[in-house]
Design a protein around this ligand. Structure first.
Ligand code: A3P
Length: 345
């Protein structure tokens, strides 16, 4: 009899234990599948709801799930209307610079609960064919978001393309513009490395960096080489300043974003009038990758793709010195205009 009771008790304990473990596993899986948006937040007047507008946490969690579903293309029009989801034109654009760390910056800003990123480079303003499709076409390329969130897109080609400043100005003359820069010679080599990798993938041969960066006839820096021209930041910025005052730009230190991302992100939060929400918890150093990676919550984290953080080819030191000397006066001008000084040689 006693033995029978003990067996029954063990059976009950086993069932209860299984239920508890099952619920726990379900919860962990659920958190992982939810969209990474955090419940929002007493964001300051500009972007956030006022206290009386705050939505109960449970409703928000439901909305997070819904937004996630919608991104997968599963939500109905009715659900979008019901939850006020909208496709908004960007309030801020990362306009460049190519290989400055534009993807890392966008992904890291996307950790902020009030920021929604356009995942793809849209190339609306720099591509005549896309631009001819009109602003509604552009808006429809944006992700769904809640009205108080801000959408950010990045297309690094904007920075160097002649027509872009005027076109963006016509869309929104008070838009905020982010430019992420790296030491110009390193950026140029990174640019070259990307092209080189593309050629190698197609089994093609390519010139050495030295051959492209230095004009063999004059032995001077070859300013016709695009990777060199892109690194003359001040020349491009001056074109933008014909349309936008310098206050509408924020310069991000791309070299520091690699080694110490949080303070750089905090400066951007400030520039965008967002409350500081990105914390050290959201960023962890991954020794295998050699870069900081992103942590959204206890179960969901990610590093950037392997195409970010390539190993650069070795470049002749005399060429590096020549390039650094060449960029020096342009850098000085850039510091002067932007009010941000870097320790570039
Ligand atoms: P390299 O490949 O030269 O190292 P972009 O996104 O504009 O193309 O910039 C790519 C650069 O972002 C990479 O250049 C890399 O150094 C830099 N970067 C900055 N933070 C990074 C991060 N957390 N993970 C990977 N790459 C990062």
């Amino acid at each position: 009899m006693l033995f029978k009771q003990q067996a029954l008790l063990r059976q009950k304990l086993f069932v209860l234990g299984s239920l508890a473990i099952g619920s726990l596993l379900y919860l962990v899986a659920r958190v992982g599948s939810l969209d990474r948006l955090q419940p929002l937040c007493p964001i300051d007047g500009r972007f956030g709801p006022r206290a009386q507008d705050e939505i109960p946490l449970r409703a928000l969690q439901f909305k997070r799930g819904l937004l996630h579903e919608f991104r997968k293309g599963n939500a109905t029009k009715e659900q979008i209307r019901l939850h006020n989801l909208v496709q908004q034109l960007p309030k801020a654009i990362i306009i460049g610079v190519r290989k400055g760390g534009t993807r890392a910056l966008l992904e890291m800003l996307n950790l902020h609960p009030a920021v929604v990123k356009a995942s793809q480079e849209i190339h609306f303003f720099d591509n005549d064919e896309n631009y001819a499709k009109g602003i509604e076409w552009y808006r429809k390329k944006m992700p769904f978001s809640y009205p108080h969130q801000i959408t950010i897109e990045k297309s690094p080609a904007y920075f160097i393309t002649e027509e872009v400043p005027e076109r963006i100005y016509k869309m929104n003359s008070s838009i905020k513009l982010l430019i992420i820069v790296r030491e110009p010679t390193t950026r140029a080599i990174s640019d070259y490395t990307q092209v080189l990798e593309g050629k190698e993938r197609k089994n093609k041969t390519y010139y050495k960096f030295e051959k492209l960066a230095i004009d063999p006839n004059t032995c001077e820096v070859n300013t016709k080489y695009k990777a060199v021209r892109t690194s003359i930041y001040t020349k491009h910025l001056e074109r933008w300043l014909k349309y936008f005052p310098i206050e509408q730009f924020h310069i991000v230190d791309g070299d520091r974003l690699i080694t110490e991302p949080l303070p750089e992100l905090q400066l951007v939060e400030k520039f965008l009038n967002l409350p500081p929400r990105i914390s050290q918890y959201n960023l962890y150093f991954n020794a295998t990758r050699g870069f900081y990676c992103l942590r959204f919550n206890i179960v969901f984290n990610k590093c950037l793709a392997g195409s970010k953080g390539r190993i650069h080819p070795e470049v002749d030191i005399s060429v590096i010195t020549k390039l650094r000397k060449f960029f020096h006066p342009f850098n000085q001008k850039f510091y002067q205009i932007t009010g941000r000084t870097f320790n570039w040689p």
